[in-house]
Design a protein. Structure first.
Length: 71
């Protein structure tokens, strides 16, 4: 599983978009297609939650330390 993720990341690093990559490796009706369905259904909400919590934390930290630059 780890090697699959590493290989996917390397392919995406070469200006290959997600849809293009899936088109190259997925078989219609196959395993990858099933996984992509899950990602498309669930990831938008995960990223929304991720950004909401991390931005809220950033605001709390900035308030605690004042005007110092946070990166």
């Amino acid at each position: 599983m780890q090697q699959t993720l590493i290989g996917t990341a390397k392919l995406l690093d070469h200006d290959t978009g997600f849809d293009e990559l899936i088109g190259r490796v997925a078989t219609r009706g196959g395993i990858t297609e099933e996984g992509v369905k899950v990602l498309r259904a669930r990831l938008p909400a995960v990223f929304n939650d991720l950004f909401e919590v991390t931005l809220a934390k950033l605001k709390r930290v900035k308030k605690q330390i004042g005007d110092q630059d946070i990166r």
